[in-house]
Design a protein around this ligand. Structure first.
Ligand code: PMP
Length: 359
């Protein structure tokens, strides 16, 4: 078999090898049925089992109760920036702004109603997460929206903001399933699949059923959560192959021991990289405030841009790809999602040590 490279891409991102091999086994003819999942009717019994099993496994992983609907939609997390306010904003909502993706969510919400910026760390270049006491929350808000992990800036909420009785909505695109969360703290969670769950094409939405009552019948059909919930994600053709792979990823997570185990692994992996960076007297300098560092996207800089370019070029040659920071911020970023192997982080640190010694 061909050798795999270490893929630090922020998304679409690395998938578990076991999942790829399993899919490969069934790619040409799914379980001996003579056709691939991609060619199968979404109304077939076989596909129905695939999507139902994916949902059941996700429910197991996160202990999702019957009071929540699980939806597999399309349009990326980006469409959720619109669907959330269109469905559940009654007149005004609070947004906690911690990076470019939260800003994009705000932009769409403003088309629907009044947005109150409960806090923003933009004036500090989004290097940190606002503290609870900084949040200016409106108890009358339809919901509070936050971005749990800031893919570009490498920061992450390590605890949910406390919002009282106001429904909590979260874009978890880049840290979904990286640890066990208490789903009951949330009214709605959404995430594009392509970082921690599967290939692009599918967007997961977990929504508490009482919120569905807010979806107006005047909404365009595809934009209406209530319709998708009633039709169990089969109102129209779902992203069939993407959901299938997500299902395999959920099984992989269960086999790995579930989300508490995955969290231990993620913590250990990120610490290897952060601890090394912190031991280099600023040669490798983390860009995020220490207490808010992301376990998923490790962002850092070198003493100058020439060295950064050199490192990226040499790393690419050695089979470490995707280390370039987002085009809007520069620097470097190592995305180390669930499926990223620990050995890849160890090998990257060895490479960084060698690079430092030579430069
Ligand atoms: N939110 C976050 C936190 C993201 O990282 C991204 C993608 N990088 C998005 C939203 C947008 O996702 P999509 O491309 O699936 O629309």
């Amino acid at each position: 078999m061909e050798k795999r490279i270490y893929n630090f891409s922020a998304g679409p991102a690395v998938l578990p090898e076991e999942v790829l091999l399993e899919a490969q086994k069934d790619f040409y003819s799914y379980k001996g049925q003579g056709l691939s999942v991609m060619e199968m009717s979404h109304r077939s019994k076989t596909y129905d089992n695939i999507i139902k099993e994916a949902e059941a496994d996700l429910r197991k992983l996160l202990d999702i109760g019957d009071n929540y609907s699980v939806l597999f939609l399309q349009g990326g997390a980006t469409l959720q920036f619109s669907m959330v306010p269109l469905n559940i904003m009654q007149s005004k909502a609070d947004y906690i702004v911690t990076g470019s993706w939260s800003k994009k969510a705000v932009k769409e919400a403003k088309r629907v109603g009044t947005v109150n910026i409960a806090a923003s760390t933009e004036s500090e270049n989004f290097i940190r997460i606002p503290k609870q006491e900084e949040l200016k929350l409106d108890p009358e808000a339809s919901y509070v929206h936050f971005t749990s992990n800031n893919t570009i800036f490498g920061t992450q909420f390590h605890n949910e903001p406390e919002v009282g009785n106001v429904p909590l909505v979260c874009d978890t695109s880049s840290d979904m399933l990286h640890k066990k969360i208490d789903i009951n703290k949330y009214a709605l969670i959404y995430a594009g699949a392509q970082k921690n769950m599967g290939p692009s094409g599918s967007t997961l939405v977990i929504v508490r059923k009482d919120l569905l009552e807010r979806s107006s019948d005047d909404l365009h059909t595809y934009l209406n959560y209530k319709i998708h919930a009633e039709k169990e994600s089969l109102y129209n053709t779902p992203p069939t192959f993407s959901v299938y792979i997500m299902g395999l990823v959920f099984k992989w997570l269960l086999n790995m021991g579930g989300l508490d185990k995955m969290y231990e692994r993620n913590l250990a992996k990120a610490n290897v990289l952060y601890d090394y960076m912190d031991s280099t007297d600023g040669f490798y300098k983390g860009t995020a405030a220490k207490e808010d560092r992301s376990l998923m996207n490790v962002t850092f800089r070198l003493p100058n841009e020439d060295l950064e370019k050199k490192l990226i070029a040499e790393a690419t040659e050695k089979g470490f790809i995707g280390l370039k920071g987002h085009r809007s911020v520069g620097g470097l970023r190592a995305s180390i999602y669930n499926a990223f192997p620990s050995k890849g982080v160890d090998d990257l640190v060895e490479f960084m040590k060698d690079f430092k010694a030579k430069n």
